[in-house]
Structures are given as C-alpha cells and as structure tokens.
Design a protein around this ligand. Sequence first.
Ligand code: ARG
Length: 459
Amino acid sequence: MAQLWGGRFTKETDQLVYNFNASITFDQKFYREDMEGSMAHVKMLAAVGILTERERDEILAGIEGILADVESGALEITSEYEDIHSFVEATLIDRIGDAGKKLHTGRSRNDQVALDMRLYTRKEIENLKGLVKDLLLVLHRLMKEHIDTYMPGFTHLQKAQPITLAHHFGAYMEMFKRDYDRLCDIHNRMNYCPLGSGALAGTTYPLDRNMTAQLLGFNGPTLNSMDSVSDRDYVIELLSAMSTIMMHLSRFSEEIIIWNSNEYRFVELDDAYSTGSSIMPQKKNPDIAELVRGKTGRVYGALMQILTTMKGIPLAYNKDMQEDKEFTFDAIDTVKGCLALFTGMIDTMTVNKDVMESSAKNGFTNATDAADYLVNHGVPFRDAHGIVGQLVLYCIDKNISLDDMTLEEYKAISPVFEEDIYDAISLKTCVEKRETIGAPSKAAMEQVIAINEKYINEI
Ligand code: ARG
C-alpha cells in the first residue's frame, strides 16, 4: 500500500478498503497525460518563483525518465500504488529525492485528475475524428461510384420508391458528418484547463493558470475552481456523441446484414470481413456487422452509468467521480474498434448492382410515378392513386410488373394512359425526375457530392 497521505491516521488502511478505493488498475491508462500535466505544472511553478530552476530541471528530468521507462517497459506500473498520481510522485521521490517532494505544491489530486481526464478524452476525441473521417472518405468514394446504381428505397422495410445506392449512402454521410461536427463541438467546449483549481477553492500560491493552460494547449483556464474539479460534462457529452455514432453504425450494420442475406444479395461481404460456422460448411456470416450492432448497447450503458453517477453529487469533488473512467475508457476503445472495422467492411464489400436494380424494378416502386403521370394528364391525385391501386392489383394477380403491362391493359383501366407511360415509369425517369437538392437524381447527387468533397477537404 503506497499512499500519498497517512499523517493524520493512526492505523493502516484495511486491505479491502485499500483495494476498493484504489484506481491504479484503470487510471494508469492516462499515465502519459498525468506526467505531461505535472511537467507543465512544474514549469509554471518555476516561472512564478515557487521552484528554483534547478529544482524544476531535476523534476522535469525525473519525470521524463519515468515516462521513458514506462513506455519502454523498463518500469512497471503496479497496484502497489493507490493511483497513477501516487505512482508518479512516489517514483519521482524515489529517484530524485527531496526536489520530488515539491512536485505537488499548489495542486490537489482533484484538479490533477480533472486535468488528466480532460487531456485523455481530448486526445481520444481527435482519434475518433480521424476514424470518422476515414469512414466519410469511404462513403464519399462509394457515393461517386454508385451515382447510377439503382435500388429500391424502403419505408417499413417495404419497397417504396426507386433511389440510387449513392443516395442511400448519402444518408449515412449526413449522419457521420453530424457526428464529426459533434466531436468538434465537444472539443471546443471542453478545451479549458482546470489545473490550479486545487482541491476545490483554488490555492494560496501565485499560480499562473494562463501559463499552464497555454503549455497544455488549452484555450484558457476554467473560470470556477469548484466547477473545475467536479465537472464531467465533457465525459457525458463524449459518451452521448459516441452513443449517437454507435446508433448510426448499428442502423447501417442492420442494413448490411439484411443486404448480405441470401434473400437480398444486394452486397457480398469480403471473405476477410466474414466468419464461418463450426457446423454448417456453407455459412459466411456478417459477424462484424452484428458485433457492431451488439456493442452499441455497451456504449449506451456507459452513458447511462455516468449520468446516474453524476446526478446526486454535491459540489465539489466526491469520490463517486472516480467512476467516470472505466466505462468511458471501454466505450472509447469500443467505438474506435467499431469505426475502424465497419469502415474496412464497407470498403471491401462487393455491390451486386444487377440484383439491386432488378429489385427496384419489382415491387411497384414506380407506382407513385404512374400516379403522377395521370395527375400530369389532368386526373386529380386521389383518383390517380385509386387507378394505380387497380393497376397494382391487376399486376399482382398476373405476377407481372407495371412495366410489363400492354398499353391495351393500361387503357382498359384508364383511357388516359398513352405510349409515353413506359418512359414515365422507367427506373431512370423515376430517379432522374427527382432533382431538388437532397433527392436522388444524378444532377442533385452531383451537387451534394461536391459539397461533401469540400467538407472532407476542409476537416
Ligand atoms: N483516483 C481519484 C479519481 O479518479 C483521484 C482523485 C482523488 N482525490 C481525492 N480527494 N481522493 O477521482
């Protein structure tokens, strides 16, 4: 048991209490951020005259040595220490002696851990942004490639109207662009430095909080020391943004699973991204998509956990807040893994254009356009809807599609139909006539693709 405190105690901590209280098994994940924060703190302490330059240099060299040894594996972070902060300070004192005892001047573990968590999550927000961008790049390529790939658009998982695959991918493009923007927003909002807030009420030392904020790449210091040590809003925001990313990935996964099924065959996942069955030799399963869908619950769980943990905490720091770490770290690693694998999966899958196109041709996806044809010839929409309903019924009975009906058959149901009905309800016409921005026609999609290209180039 290596603790930073003990002076006012007359008994050793019970071993079970020690284990229950300790966080070293998980907060060692931000050992680098902890040491970076300490180095900035020490530079500032020297700049305001609290440490001599010599003490500063000794401490800095000591921390750099610890960091290098941890990174190389020469020094192991063991559970003999209560937390990562104790590990660094105790090792420093071991290595450099008295100067090391001055490291914690004007600092509390409360502002220290608040800083470490911010630095760690800020770094991971950048990693997440990179992974979302990789996904945007793949979607952008797919959109350009499939601007002419016709497929049925669905509502209620029933064929509705024809669209293109570019249009379908474009919907996800919008979702992931919003996800990217959300990560940027969180970064901007959380990028203020809590260091110097002390335990809760600042310190009596003349700390230069602007200096540490600047050294650590923050926009400035946080403005209330109580809030600084007890704010975990950015963790909640990050988990919320990651939950939304997972919700999007999960919906997309669900579609890939359906599209990859034997019944649909719209796409075929690459062998490298599929798995087999131990008993059924014919199987090629979309396990990656299923796992992404499944892991969504895990990330939502982390969001619920931190919301619940935070809701009853009076100001300022309380130990409950140590619970901000494990699920958050797990969620970050989970989302990063899901993003990378999902991107690889859709990057390598084969699109069966012909199957998609013939699926769009069957299932009366052009029924709305047939009704629009009648409207354009003076029939009120509600009547047109009824007439096309009769056409559909007729086709179902004969097991044919609207395109297969002869003009006589059309005329038998409504004399308004002429030869140009075939062109009016062709797949190409159905798509190309929808040309307002946001719709699937090639012209509209090209505008959106250009906007997306600019967006991707600028992030
Ligand atoms: N391990 C603690 C945490 O993660 C560090 C802060 C400890 N502060 C304290 N007053 N016990 O929150």
